[in-house]
Design a protein around this ligand. Sequence first.
Ligand SMILES: *Cc1c(COP(=O)(O)O)cnc(C)c1O
Length: 493
Amino acid sequence: MKLIFEKSAKGRDGYSLPVDLFDEVDIKDCIPAYATLATRKALSEVSEVDVVRHFTKLSKFNYGVDDGLYPLGSCTMKYNPKVNEKLASLDNFIYAHPLAPEETVQGCLEIMHELNKLLCEITGVDQYTMAPAAGAHGELTGVLIMRKYFVEHGEKRHKMLVPDSAHGTNPASCTMGGFEMVEVKSNERGAVDIEQLDKLMDEDTAGLYLTNPNTVGLYDDRIRDIEEIVHGRGGLLYYDGANLNASFGIVRPGDAGFDIIHLNLHKTFSTPHGGGGPGAGVIGVKKSLIPYLPTPIVTFDGKKYHLSDVGEKSIGMIRAFWGNFPVLAKTYAWILSMGPDGLCNVSETSVINANYVLAKLKKYYRPAYARYCGHECVLTGRDYKKYGIKTLDIAKRLMDYGFHPPTIYFPHFEPYAKESIMVEPPECESKEVLDEFINAMIKISNEAETNPELLKDAPHNTLIRRTDDVLAARRPILNYDDELKLRDEDIDF
Ligand SMILES: *Cc1c(COP(=O)(O)O)cnc(C)c1O
């Protein structure tokens, strides 16, 4: 397929104006110089139909949550109600300037204030900041809060505990925040090894970053012991709640003793993750940590809403302005429309969906742990190595069956031996869709045994066949014609 610039034909236009309307006026006089000659040379000269077809075609090469199951583990790629996009795009929201005087944006401030209350109620903490733009950004904000807290208390704690089953951003955030990262190993059940935690948690350690469910999709079932050990020695507990769809409406991290928690509103709360678009990795804290939150937060004096300074202990601003507002507006609308029972239902359905996939596929793609999972399950492709099949081949073959592949090679710590297949079938998926996916996976497992060659150069039915991922990253070719010439393929559009 050609680039739109290559479709350009000299003199071709994408508009036609009624001639008699401009009898008296030369159209050229109406267009500023900067918008004519120079720009015109740089732009493609195409007709309206060229443009429409070009972009419609491009959109069909894509695969998104509106096309089908997108079981990308650790990402919560789910359907989100379109009506929330509409609400977030209301004129009063999209034209609100972040520096507008408070009295002109009372509605926006009210939404953030009310959203704070809802999120506190859902998670059992006392105050949120809406500022962080992503999960990892929320984690870093949490680290900075912990650091400030200990400095204020005259304590020199320079280490942070992070289980090996934590999300990869956890150790990265702790290191960026200036802490020495200490890894806590998982036990044979895939949970935090309490004996090891007990040995590692000392007076030099600021606390523990816990991802729950962890990246193996398993709940840590000894939270009470973890809490006693960490708090007992003066540490703080951080909860990576990026995947709160595995528990909200049922348990609250705050009640379990966590001091700081981040949520990925752009996974769980009605904004898709993975688009690289705006996110919101809001963090909530217990009362004792409110003075350290980034500034400003929204307050209400009984009559008006204000953007208030947090005070001198605040870690300051962590980004310009006060958060990605449309994501917050969608979250607010979604929580209100779901209600407490609805949220509980989301958790239950996500967890049942994942366990259904696990139960149906565990015979074919043996998981490492014989346990029920949370909202996602980690299977493995390790049994197909003997046929010369890599997990990548299985994922690629799945595309021939019309599915977006799950996350593969993550998590990558033992005992997965680099062959993990992480499936997250979110709450919006029906049993019929899951059965289609399960059947495709079972078919592929049979193919791996009987006809491995079929998998080795899959996918066969897609526009682009097997890419060289390393080369693609190092030397991206954005022109399909060159790409196709390179591959010596003959695909006719
Ligand atoms: C996605 C995710 C993150 C990181 O969130 P980003 O918004 O991508 O930075 C952190 N922890 C867990 C458990 C996640 O699933």
